[in-house]
Every structure is written in structure tokens, then in C-alpha cells.
Design a protein around this ligand. Structure first.
Ligand SMILES: [Fe+2]
Ligand SMILES: [Fe+2]
Length: 231
């Protein structure tokens, strides 16, 4: 039994969205995902998919992508990425009912793996695409969601945490953020994130140990689509 993570699959089985225009690593990337996933992951394992699952704009357009994910072995826990338009944040509970036994959607709740609480939210960092006011508003909302996730796990008696974010935990140049501080506050052992695409973005945030927390980047193209073992 093992825990894995992989982010940013950007699947598009039902919409026309070629990814290899960005980098040759994306050529037939769904075939690479399937190959490495089947090589590494057994039905007893768990995988956390850290967002940007599908280019579909709603559940219907994501159906083929969901079917692909479902066909692969293991228990699947999904985090919300900035491109996951199918996921209405107010309807996470409804998604969890609708997809019960297939996927678990991680937001304002937590999952359990071998005595660890898996907590998480989309997160946010500044990328120069919005006003500072908008950035601060979204970041505040995301830190609140992350705290709800930690507190729910704590109330259920969990003391060991693994923290998942879609966005990098810090904005470029930052040495800390509300997300890294919260990870330290609750004693998260690892922080796992994705969202960064292309060589020039892979060093945007922390990798390795910082202040006693181990940070991992698990973007699909960074990992060349090989799921990363977390535990
Ligand atoms: Fe992405
Ligand atoms: Fe993203």
C-alpha cells in the first residue's frame, strides 16, 4: 500500500485542446500517464491528483476524462485546480455524493491515509494576472478553506498531516506565505503542489526541506507524467 501524487493531467478526451504546442513533453501525454500509472499504482494504493484534471468546462465535457481516470487502478482523491471549471466550489459535497466510490473531492474536508489526514485546497500565488486586491481576496479565501480542512481533521483526532495545494505555496521570491505558515503551525510533514509548467516555472517555489516541512512539486510535465510516491 502506498500514497502517490500527480498534478495537472490536463486531459482533453472530449474537447479539442492539444497540449504539445507548449512543449514536446506533452505529446501523447495521456498515454504516458496511463503507462506509468499502471506500472506504479496498484488497486490498494491511493493517488492524490492535485488539480487541472480536465479541459472540460462542465461535468458532461469531463465525462471521458473522468472515465479515463476511473479506469486506472487505485483510490483517487481530487484537488481543485484553476482550470477545473466543472467544480463549483459551493457544490463540493454534491460532487462527493455524485461520485461516491469513484472519486473523493478534497475541499473544506479531509481524507485519510494510514493514520495521516490528507488536507488541502487550491491555494493561490501572485502571477501578475490580477490586481493586488483580488489576489489578497482569493488568497484569504483559500487560507480559510485550508484551515477548515485542517480543523476538520484535528476535530476527528488526527495529528499527522500531509498538505496538498494546486498552486505553489509561495509567490516567486517569497520566503514564506500564509500557506507555508499554516503548514508549519499544524505540523504538516509534507506540502505537495503542482500548477507550474515548463522548465522556467519549476523553481517558482520550495522543493525539499524548509523549516522542517518537505515540499514537493508534482506537476505532470515536471514528473514527465510519472506519479510521485509520497509515502
Ligand atoms: Fe496546469
Ligand atoms: Fe493550474
Amino acid at each position: 500500500m502506498a500514497l502517490y501524487a500527480l498534478g495537472d493531467m490536463h486531459l482533453s478526451f472530449s474537447v479539442d485542446k492539444p497540449m504539445d504546442i507548449f512543449d514536446p513533453v506533452w505529446k501523447d501525454h495521456e498515454k504516458k500517464i496511463e503507462k506509468y500509472w499502471r506500472k506504479k499504482i496498484t488497486p490498494e494504493d491511493t493517488i492524490v491528483l492535485t488539480g487541472d484534471h480536465s479541459w472540460g468546462r462542465n461535468v458532461k465535457e469531463c465525462e471521458a476524462d473522468f472515465a479515463f481516470i476511473e479506469s486506472l487502478p487505485g483510490r483517487k482523491i481530487l484537488l481543485r485546480g484553476n482550470h477545473d471549471m466543472f467544480w463549483d466550489t459551493k457544490k463540493t459535497e454534491r460532487l462527493n455524493q455524485e461520485f461516491a466510490g469513484r472519486f473523493f473531492f478534497l475541499q473544506n474536508n479531509f481524507a485519510v491515509y494510514e493514520g495521516y489526514a490528507l488536507v488541502g485546497t487550491k491555494g493561490y500565488c501572485y502571477e501578475g494576472k490580477d490586481s493586488i486586491e483580488h489576489f489578497l481576496k482569493i488568497r484569504k479565501r483559500e487560507t480559510e478553506r485550508l484551515r477548515v480542512s485542517f480543523e476538520a481533521a484535528k476535530a476527528a483526532g488526527y495529528e499527522k498531516f500531509l498538505m496538498f495545494l494546486h498552486y505553489p505555496p509561495t509567490t516567486i521570491g517569497e520566503m514564506e506565505s500564509p500557506f507555508t505558515r499554516m503548514g508549519e503551525e499544524y505540523g504538516a510533514e509534507q506540502v505537495i503542489y503542482s500548477h507550474c509548467h515548463g522548465k522556467e516555472r519549476f523553481d517558482d517555489s520550495f522543493k525539499g526541506e524548509v523549516n522542517g516541512v518537505y515540499y514537493r512539486l508534482v506537476s505532470g510535465d515536471y514528473l514527465k507524467f510519472k506519479p510521485e510516491r509520497i509515502l
